[in-house]
Design a protein around this ligand. Structure first.
Ligand SMILES: [Zn+2]
Length: 284
């Protein structure tokens, strides 16, 4: 059942757990998430990375939103929709107009003043349309650059408080030892810092760069204010492996129509992985 992401964040906060937002670039990824959520009776969010539309053209913006709503309504469990990192007011307005009820404006690469002013402008527009806004303060960088161990990029509790009071965001992405992409070594979350941020603000917190953080650390983080958890890299890697396997299995079959069975094969490989993630990490 389609549900606004705002309500899923509220539910996750009440249950002191996190809802997982899975990066999906196409129908089969989204379908795998919806049916894994149904099987485990656990809410989930389908998340679009807007550059997958503007650069890789894996889907269209509004047809992605329509597709998720249609898929979500095939099941009983609540499924949300969210757009990940947009970097400008113009881009985010386009995303909101395309039917997303939850978006992210990421001004974390700018000065705090500029980040606050861009985010505030987006929140004002979004709230007039009953759309939920995620902001970011501190900066979640790249795991490949070992940004997860650069403390100067981490979110400072007093800055998080200032940012949330000034912008009125509905969710806040934090940098606490996490980063995007493949980690070079096992990351270590700064739980003490997370606790301080959680104490300073009431806003649901979001953890980006979820692939490769050990589960024990994740479960602690989810009990200390992380209410949304973004998972992309690991999911995409599983997709790639499933395509490789399918090609390997069928390499002696020269019938080109064989391709029509690819999506279902991929779902059969992705869904168990997603079910395991939802069962292990979520406490709804
Ligand atoms: Zn991110």
């Amino acid at each position: 059942m389609y549900e606004k992401t705002k309500n899923l964040l509220k539910l996750a906060k009440e249950r002191n757990t996190a809802v997982i937002a899975f990066i999906c670039m196409d129908y089969i990824m989204a379908r795998s998430v919806v049916y894994a959520a149904e099987k485990t009776n656990t809410p989930a969010i389908i998340m679009l990375y807007p550059e997958h539309v503007s650069i890789q053209h894996t889907a269209g913006l509004s047809n992605f939103a329509t597709m998720v709503k249609e898929l979500a309504n095939e099941v009983i469990v609540p499924i949300g929709l969210h757009a990940d990192h947009d970097y400008s007011y113009e881009a985010v307005v386009k995303t909101m107009d395309a039917g997303f009820d939850s978006i992210m404006i990421d001004g974390s690469m700018y000065s705090l003043e500029k980040n606050i002013s861009i985010t505030k402008e987006v929140v004002s527009k979004a709230h007039s349309m009953d759309i939920c806004v995620e902001g970011e303060v501190g900066h979640v960088g790249l795991a490949g650059e070992s940004d997860n161990s650069k403390e100067d990029l981490y979110t400072r509790p007093e800055v998080a408080k200032q940012f949330c009071e000034a912008t009125k965001v509905d969710a806040l992405a934090v940098s606490i030892g996490n980063a995007h992409g493949e980690y070079k070594s096992i990351p270590k979350l700064d739980i003490k810092r997370l606790e301080e941020i959680h104490e300073a603000i009431d806003t649901p917190l979001v953890l980006h760069g979820g692939s490769g953080i050990p589960d024990d650390q994740l479960l602690i983080a989810f009990s200390r204010g992380i209410n949304k958890f973004n998972l992309g890299t690991e999911f995409l890697r599983r997709y790639y492996s499933a395509v490789e396997e399918y090609i390997d299995i069928n390499k002696h079959n020269l019938d080109p129509v064989k391709i029509i069975d690819l999506p279902q094969y991929i779902q059969s490989k992705l869904q168990p992985y997603l079910e395991e993630r939802l069962r292990t990490l979520c406490r709804f």
